[in-house]
Design a protein around this ligand. Structure first.
Ligand code: EPZ
Length: 461
């Protein structure tokens, strides 16, 4: 059993002494999250065919809502198969700030309720990770109040949380915006069940209101809810905690509130987006790779598009085998909520279409600004034209190695894939983006034949 690391400390940070909720200045003062990782870069020499087996880690976008859902009960909850990522570190720091004792010994993370209860999620932590908003529902439901910094926009879009707030208001919370914070209070201290229809499908919106409804008085029905596997996973875990959640994974979720919930011990589902990224990387290099430990069910839309592009995708053992050889067939993609094609795979699939023999159109329907990778791919010799929400990709391009800048998590994954197929050397800068969602991606890719290394702490000229 590895030594238990203080909360917030994953493989990427220097230590934080575990104490009762630290004063926020301490955290800020000590910069627990090592921003020097910002200057790490990844160096890739392209042209190597990927071959072999690559393991998939636990799902980031399942782990975050589950860790926040642990606020709904006392006692100690234990989560297994938790990926070793920056965002897990940030979530652990946030839970510690809220009075929990958090032991991070990834892949195991345990969260224990302490004497102190803090219901404020500070700007310093929320600005590092938007998903921090996932403490809002559990805190309001559990303590009848919460003060959470508004996440604000990010590189890929404005990303408002109006649907989260609309739902909590319908459940009886009084919500005001105060100096950049959402201030929520429940007269009488207890939320009540409500019928809530989402104006648009929102993943964390659905998750926040599922948690809120789990401890509300009466029944809540969520319609036009998100159906993502991570939402289904949250429903599974809430039920293990003693809640009554039906329909998670469908667009209608019915929750009967309970007066209290109990802690849980749960192993988290595999990361379908990490798996999809490896499937596309394997395909782009004309490789033969077994992506191990995934649920093909969760990857249907990705597998379908890969097959359409002429790539072999087969279930094998506990995983998916991808066997590819050129030419690739141009394939149009439009992103949509699950079970549609995931927006978190759009950038990676675009690289593959740069290699296809002809023109493909990729349409981004979820986020209004998720083509930041296009200019970097064009700098590598791709020929992509953006027009509003659509990008026309003219293949087949001969990509050339270059120094490129990551702008967000999935854009950085697409640049790594481009580097794997490009001629010569590529340097991907600002890899702290990729560390947020991929566990030691360079080691996993090197193990299946990529010429890839992490360059520590220096900015190339
Ligand atoms: C989740 O973000 C994921 N993050 C994202 O993954 C993913 O891209 C996204 O869902 C879509 O699949 C986590 O699960 C932690 P949304 P979320 O609310 O919940 C609009 C990654 O790369 N909207 O489903 O924040 C919103 O602006 C990340 O791992 C409102 O207008 O996304 C967007 O256009 C990036 N009002 C659309 O809905 C609201 O109240 C979908 O957003 C909520 C959302």
């Amino acid at each position: 059993m590895p030594a238990t690391r203080p909360p917030g400390q994953t493989g990427y940070e220097s230590g934080v002494a575990r104490a009762s909720p630290p004063k926020i200045t301490d955290l800020a003062g000590r910069r627990p999250l090592r921003y020097d990782a910002q200057v790490d870069s990844i160096r890739i020499v392209g042209g190597k065919r990927l071959e072999g087996t690559v393991p998939v880690s636990g799902a980031k976008n399942a782990a975050l809502p589950l860790l926040c859902a642990s606020l709904l009960s006392d006692g100690e909850s234990t989560f297994r198969n938790v990926p070793d990522l920056r965002d897990i570190g940030t979530t652990a720091l946030l839970l510690q700030h809220l009075g929990r004792t958090v032991d991070v010994a990834t892949p195991v993370v345990s969260v224990r309720a302490g004497a102190a209860v803090v219901t404020e999620a500070p700007y310093e932590l929320v600005r590092r990770m938007r998903a921090s908003v996932l403490v809002l529902g559990p805190l309001v439901a559990r303590y009848g109040r919460a003060r959470v910094s508004l996440p604000g926009g990010c590189a890929i879009g404005d990303r408002p949380i109006d649907q989260h707030l609309k739902g909590l208001t319908a459940m009886g919370a009084e919500i005001s915006l105060d100096h950049g914070y959402v201030d929520a209070r429940v007269p009488g201290g207890k939320l009540r069940g409500a019928d809530i229809h989402f104006d648009m499908v929102t993943v964390t919106g659905t998750e926040n209101l599922m948690c809120a409804a789990a401890l509300a008085k009466g029944r809540t029905t969520l319609t036009n809810a998100a159906c993502e596997p991570e939402v289904e996973e949250l429903g599974r875990v809430l039920n293990k905690m003693g809640a009554s959640v039906e329909g998670a994974g469908t667009d209608t979720i019915v929750i009967e509130g309970r007066s209290e919930l109990h802690p849980v011990d749960h192993a988290i589902i595999p990361d379908r987006i990490e798996a999809g990224t490896f499937m596309v990387a394997a395909a782009a290099t004309g490789g033969d790779v077994l992506v191990d430990g995934v649920t093909l069910e969760h990857l249907k839309p990705v597998a379908q598009k890969l097959r359409q592009a002429g790539i072999g995708v087969e279930r094998e053992g506990r995983g998916v085998r991808v066997i590819a050889k050129r030419p690739f067939i141009p394939t149009d993609v439009t992103t949509a909520p699950h079970p549609g094609f995931p927006t978190d795979m759009q950038a990676q699939f675009m690289v593959l279409m740069c290699l296809a023999e002809g023109r493909s159109v990729i349409t981004e329907m979820i986020f209004e600004n998720r083509f930041m990778h296009v200019s970097e791919l064009n700098r590598m010799g791709a020929h992509i034209e953006v027009d509003g929400r659509s990008a026309a990709v003219h293949g087949a391009a001969r990509l050339q190695g270059a120094s490129v800048m990551a702008t967000d998590l999935r854009a950085s994954a697409s640049l790594v894939i481009a580097g794997l197929v490009a001629e010569g050397e590529t340097r991907v800068l600002r890899v702290y983006h990729i560390d947020r969602g991929y566990e030691r991606i360079e080691r996993k890719l090197a193990a299946i034949g990529a010429d890839i290394t992490r360059i520590k702490g220096e900015d190339p000229p």
